[in-house]
Design a protein around this ligand. Structure first.
Ligand code: GLY
Length: 287
């Protein structure tokens, strides 16, 4: 992997399979960023990605459900990267063995690192993880909930978020239990046509939100009221419609029924959220 070391509007990362491709990537970077620039060379990893998000008071971590984002714009994980086109939880292939390996190799060492460095971090901790053939690897940390993971994790939470946050701040998370609602949650992003290009039209009236059933929640990302008091689009990722169901298939079908009801001019959504084929994980990936 060749990565520009700086802000590149999502265009600074090259996945290379040979030395020649890496050299071509560096030449392209040189054209984009003339003069001296720094870059990173990283091992190319393969495997499904999952998001593990928890609350920590620095000693204890309480994990929310496992979730998976869909970062590319188009079906089949094609097209440009976006801020996330949908998410679901829990992830069926993230079984107890996978979670035990992630705890042992990534989460516990992170907590030990925080303690050893006397870094009193209290808050949400996000682990972006790839399940590679040689075990789970950490791609990134974030010190926040994920988006659009939050829009499926929060409705899935059956414990009081306020109590968990208070315990996170007080250092009493060990006394808390995180309960999840049964079933599955699927969130599909309704985006403006043209997103994620830098410019696309907005200001289109949104209809159908009053027709959503109780098992669907609508999260507003880029909406506003116009001068006439109508709800209109105001950016790229306009809404996330999150459906709950007894299983992933039902929740997915319900999310897409909701997407068919809520509309605005040029609305776009990925048709395949929560429908990736189940990955085959090698035994060494999770042991
Ligand atoms: N869903 C990826 C992120 O929030 O960073």
């Amino acid at each position: 992997m060749v990565k520009y070391d700086g802000l590149a509007a999502g265009k600074g990362v090259y996945v290379c399979s040979s030395l020649e491709e890496a050299e071509a990537a560096l030449s392209e970077l040189q054209t984009q960023f003339t003069g001296w620039f720094s870059f990173l060379l990283e091992e190319k990893l393969t495997g499904p990605e999952i998001s593990i998000i928890g609350l920590t008071d620095g000693r204890e971590i309480k994990l929310l459900a496992t979730s998976q984002d869909h970062k590319r714009l188009l079906a089949g994980d094609q097209g440009p990267n976006t801020g996330g086109m949908g998410a679901y939880c829990p992830v069926p292939f993230a079984n107890d063995n996978v979670l035990a390996a992630i705890r042992r190799d990534i989460i516990d060492p992170t907590l030990r690192g925080l303690q050893n460095e006397q870094f009193a971090f209290h808050g949400f901790l996000y682990f972006g993880i790839m399940l590679t053939p040689s075990g789970p690897k950490l791609l990134e940390y974030n010190v926040r909930l994920g988006d659009p993971e939050a829009e499926v994790l929060l409705p899935a939470l059956d414990s009081s978020l306020l109590k968990l946050i208070e315990a996170t701040l007080d250092g009493t998370l060990a006394l808390q239990t995180v309960r999840q609602r049964p079933g599955a949650f699927v969130g599909v992003v309704l985006a403006s046509g043209g997103y994620p290009a830098p410019k696309f039209p907005t200001g289109f009236p949104i209809t159908g939100l009053d027709q959503l059933p109780a098992h669907v929640r609508a999260y507003h990302g880029a909406t506003r009221l116009d001068a006439e008091g109508r709800l209109v689009t105001n950016g790229g990722r306009v809404l996330v419609l999150t459906a709950h169901g007894p299983d992933l298939e039902t929740a997915t079908a319900r999310a897409y029924e909701a997407c068919a009801k809520v509309t605005f001019q040029d609305a776009y959504y990925r048709p395949d959220i929560a429908q990736r084929p189940a990955p085959v994980l090698s035994a060494s990936a999770v042991n």
